[in-house]
Design a binder for this molecule. Structure first.
Ligand code: SAM
Length: 207
């Protein structure tokens, strides 16, 4: 399906905390992140797309059950993963229990972004749940926490079945339009779109 900028709108309100709590009450791993082949492949492509061999401090909001957190722990000195749902945080902590360099916290975004700076931020299948205002605040806060020269990897599902649905194509276009980020990798296939943006030191001080 051919998409064009502006062909879909973000949700008027961000998807609620109760919405996600309900998904975890209905099913331990609501998106089958631990078992679905498309997610295993997405995680492999994401890891292969990280430009640097090693990172110092990674932030991974919307970590869900922590499957990508485990992989990131192998490439990063520290990983701070976060999710708004207590059950997701509990599962991610269990999944990463043997990895002392992973910390998992409960945080509702964009209000509860962490302190400190990161040289890597990885956001998967999260941003299209946010309203336009929350997306702007989230991106301002994300870019502000990314060190100059740091990498922002974003990977989101592309919905080719439902024209007009706000999907990875749309959120990545919003990010690409921001000042201060240079796109260094773009991958697109029938399932997802992945971009790596590097914060440049000229205009990247947002938020
Ligand atoms: C589709 S899962 C993403 C899983 C994983 N990041 C991946 O790429 O496979 C979305 C996760 O984001 C969490 N989430 C959604 N909105 C959030 C928000 N505003 N703040 C924090 N976490 C949120 C949900 O609870 C859910 O666990």
């Amino acid at each position: 399906m051919t998409r064009t900028p502006g062909d879909a709108a973000p949700p008027e309100q961000s998807f609620s905390l109760d919405h996600f709590i309900g998904l975890y009450e209905a099913k331990d791993d609501p998106w089958d992140n631990a078992t679905k082949w498309s997610d295993q492949r997405k995680y492999s492509v994401a890891m292969a797309s990280l430009p640097r061999e090693r990172y110092r401090r990674c932030y991974e909001p919307g970590c869900a059950v922590g499957r990508l957190s485990v992989l990131l722990a192998g490439r990063c000195d520290e990983v701070l993963a976060a999710d708004c749902v207590d059950e997701a945080v509990a599962q991610a902590r269990a999944t990463t229990a043997a990895l002392p360099n992973v910390q998992v916290e409960r945080a509702l975004l964009p209000a509860e972004l962490p302190d400190g700076a990161f040289d890597l931020i990885v956001i998967g299948d999260l941003l299209y749940y946010l309203s336009a205002d929350d997306l702007r605040v989230m991106l301002d806060g994300t870019v502000a926490r990314l060190e100059d020269g740091g990498d922002l990897l974003v990977v989101h599902f592309r919905d080719r079945e439902n024209p007009g649905n706000y999907d990875g194509f749309n959120v990545h276009a919003v990010i690409a339009a921001r000042p201060g980020l240079d796109r260094v990798i773009h991958h697109e296939d029938e399932w997802f779109v992945l971009d790596v943006f590097r914060k440049n030191s000229i205009t990247g001080h947002c938020g």
